[in-house]
Design a protein around this ligand. Structure first.
Ligand SMILES: *Cc1c(COP(=O)(O)O)cnc(C)c1O
Length: 466
């Protein structure tokens, strides 16, 4: 499979190339040149496969010649063998129509593990073939950082520099990053918000002084391999509920539009998805874009669902590119406009294309709390705040009663136990696999939020090219 940039001017890459790349050199994001498509019979034949085998089957067309089918199966078996549930992403029924797909049974308790456990192994495999050592630089509002650090700690030829906004991640999230002891893990607490940290990272991807010396890679969802791994659980859930003979709808708590874009990819591949319901909190740029075509960023309001406190959703560009006829030049112009004014209007083709598959809803703090309470009181399930926002949107979406609606449960409730306790009076217990998280020593350095300080630190600690 060949990958092209959404802005049309970067060299094409194969799967190994996009896995190790950060942003494309023209500032765009890589997407497959075309969507592979399974026939109905091929999808039907996937029913009942163990998760790791299903994953290899769904991902093989994207991987192409970069890995043999045997190697891919070996890596998926290894990645998903670390999950605490043998189904990897089990379904839980809430009522006649509503279901959860639990994506939080990995080592760090959020759905990010599903992709990052595999990505760590892919990095190792491709780096062992030669080339430059990899310098991963990322910013996290909590969940990506812990999942990425767990996935790459101790691996050869990789250093990871993870920036988190000081004082703005939960204690569980912070400790999951800072208690990992490995010489290749560098935790950096920076003053400022997540958006400030993210801007620093983006600047580093575009700074020739850094990219010339270091091979800088990405672990956030601009990395294609992450989205690819997330396509699999849409197949797993829909197959269990009767696909391909029956349509299924999904409600997806959304920040960077990565998880829900994976659902769009599943639909392009032939999975019969009735609707993708984009759930946002009060940081609702995506809800506004999908309902009125207005994609304009405001300032971020902190909420109890911090992984969705995002105003600029990187992966939305991938959708707009696909719906706009895959015209890289037009996309580059549209994004240049957005980058200078922080606002843009979707074209008619983009709006109408999106409306065919997507709908959206926004939940404020009260609606989030109501959904959390409804689930606890009526089903005995404790949800995390992100999942509760998804469930709110699922229940509001007006999907026909015979179509199952699956809400993606993106984090374990214990990861956000203060917010869950405030809403329900119940304090979720940390699963035993977390072990002695609160006894271990923390290791991180603090840096001021400006670019030069962070670039200097990375340059002093990373292994250069060559
Ligand atoms: C990252 C995250 C999200 C948002 O996912 P995107 O891929 O950025 O849309 C939602 N919920 C939780 C718990 C997360 O960690």
């Amino acid at each position: 499979m060949e990958y092209v940039s959404t802005r049309g001017a970067a060299p094409t890459l194969d799967f190994a190339g996009v896995t190790l790349a950060g942003l494309a050199s023209d500032g765009g994001l890589y997407v497959p040149r075309e969507w592979p498509r399974f026939s109905e019979a091929e999808i039907a034949a996937m029913a009942g496969l163990p998760y790791a085998e299903l994953a290899a089957r769904v991902m093989q067309p994207f991987v192409g010649d970069s890995l043999s089918p045997e190697k891919l199966r070996e890596l998926t078996a290894q990645a998903y063998g670390r999950f605490a549930h043998t189904a990897v992403t089990p379904l839980v029924q809430l009522d006649q129509q509503h279901w959860l797909v639990e994506l939080f049974h990995g080592p760090t308790l959020a759905f990010k593990d599903v992709a990052l456990q595999l990505l760590g192994l892919l990095f190792e495999e491709f780096l062992a073939r030669g080339g430059d050592p990899l310098t991963i630089v990322g910013a996290t509002s909590g969940d990506t950082g812990s999942a990425a650090i767990d996935a790459v700690a101790g691996r050869a030829r990789i250093d990871i520099f993870m920036l988190h906004p000081k004082g703005r991640v939960s204690d569980v999230q912070r400790r999951q990053m800072t208690t990992v002891r490995a010489p290749n893990v560098h935790n950096i607490a920076v003053s400022g918000t997540f958006d400030d940290a993210q801007a620093t990272v983006k600047r580093m991807f575009n700074d020739p002084a850094m990219t010339g010396r270091f091979a800088i890679g990405a672990v956030n969802s601009i990395n294609w391999a992450r989205l690819m791994a997330q396509v699999v659980y849409y197949f797993a859930a829909a197959l269990q509920l009767g696909a391909p003979g029956r349509k299924v709808a999904f409600a997806v708590p959304t920040g960077n539009f990565g998880d829900v874009f994976a659902g769009y990819v599943a639909a392009q591949m032939g999975l019969p998805i009735e609707r993708l319901i984009v759930a946002t909190n009060v940081n609702d740029i995506l809800h506004r874009a999908l309902t009125s075509g207005d994609y304009s960023a405001g300032t971020v309001t902190p909420t109890a669902a911090p992984s969705m406190d995002i105003q600029v959703s990187s992966n939305f560009e991938r959708l707009l590119f696909d719906l706009g006829g895959r015209d890289g030049q037009a996309m580059a112009a549209q994004m240049a406009g957005f980058e200078s004014t922080k606002a843009m209007q979707l074209t008619n083709a983009q709006r109408e294309g999106a409306a065919k598959l997507f709908s959206s809803a926004r939940a404020d703090a009260d609606q989030m709390t109501q959904a959390l309470r409804w689930a606890w009181e009526n089903t005995g399930e404790l949800l995390d705040p992100h999942t509760a926002i998804g469930l709110h949107a699922a229940r509001e979406a007006g999907i026909a009663a015979h179509i199952p609606v699956v809400t993606l449960a993106t984090a374990h409730p214990a990861k956000f136990r203060d917010a869950v306790e405030r809403a329900t009076g119940q304090r979720p217990m940390l699963p035993t696999r977390i072990g002695d998280l609160f006894e271990r020593d923390e290791h991180f350095i603090e840096l001021p939020g400006y670019y030069a300080a962070i670039a200097e630190y990375v340059a002093a600690h990373a292994v250069p090219r060559g």
